[in-house]
Design a protein around this ligand. Structure first.
Ligand SMILES: CC(=O)[C@@H](O)[C@H](O)COP(=O)(O)O
Ligand SMILES: NCC(=O)COP(=O)(O)O
Length: 257
């Protein structure tokens, strides 16, 4: 079973810095430290108005990456040129309009198939892996495969909302869609509103989960626990989720015997 990697989204550190001008907190140092503290990837999501991470941050961060660099965003011409210059390991395409507060929907991959085919081919030419941010809709996952994506990122806001009320029901569509994606040859990532409460169960229940990217909750938790402890706490939840998954699969094997 492949271990799910934790990619830390550092947009919120940039948002805090931008609220005052100056360079506190230092986003570049934060990226270095997240990796030193155990993060297995760094995620950034530049938006056209650069109110979170800036294009210049993305350029500055690239040389200090020792893990995996994941750049998320809408594939505007400016974004594509940034990707071609910076050459990250992974690009996650998100269909968010320029003024979106945060990502709020996955791709309609059928409606945008030709556009996605074109931009995915262009990004792949840089050597990057391409992931498409999608909701739990089988047709959109099929469209992601047709468009030439390597992976999908399951948009987990609905899971996070539903988890407290009915975790089993909340996770069910994600488990189904991850299995479908895997059967189509797509890798599976996930992200948005994952946190210390809901992460373990998600990892335990969703098959083939290669990576989670987490920002808002993780950086908020770091105010209380410190960045190093917090990253370790998230890694622990992932490890426990894997243990639960293994226990479930040995239980089902022994029932079958
Ligand atoms: C695609 C996704 O869910 C994240 O990239 C999210 O958009 C985080 O970015 P912000 O923290 O800037 O909202
Ligand atoms: N791709 C999701 C991500 O990078 C972080 O989302 P969130 O944890 O800030 O909601």
């Amino acid at each position: 079973m492949e271990k799910t990697k934790l990619s830390v989204n550092i947009n919120k550190i940039a948002t805090l810095r931008n609220s005052r001008g100056g360079n506190v907190p230092d986003v570049l140092q934060a990226a270095i430290d997240c990796q030193r503290f155990g993060a297995e990837g760094i995620t950034v999501h530049p938006r056209p108005d650069e109110r979170h991470i800036r294009y210049s941050d993305v350029r500055a961060i690239r040389p200090i990456i020792t893990t995996e660099f994941n750049i998320e965003g809408y594939p505007s011409e400016k974004f594509l040129q940034l990707v071609e210059e910076v050459r990250p390991h992974q690009v996650t395409l998100v269909p968010d309009p320029p003024d979106a507060l945060t990502s709020n929907a996955g791709w309609d991959t059928q409606a945008h198939l030709d556009f996605l085919k074109e931009v995915i081919a262009r990004i792949k030419a840089t050597g990057a892996r391409v992931s498409l941010f999608v909701e739990t809709n089988e047709e959109d996952i099929k469209g992601a495969a047709l468009a030439g994506a390597d992976r999908i990122e399951l948009y987990t806001e609905d899971y996070a909302r539903g988890y407290n009320k009915d975790p089993e029901n909340a996770v069910a569509p994600y488990a189904v869609c991850a299995a479908i994606a895997h059967s189509l040859g797509l890798g599976v990532n996930a992200g948005h509103d994952l946190n210390l409460d809901n992460l373990r169960y998600f990892v335990a229940q969703v098959p083939h989960l290669l990576e989670v990217s987490i920002g808002h909750a993780l950086i908020s938790d770091a105010l209380y626990y410190g960045l190093e402890n917090t990253i370790q706490m998230y890694l622990r939840q992932i490890a426990l989720g894997h243990q639960d998954k293994q226990a479930q699969s040995s239980e089902s094997t022994s029932v079958a015997d």
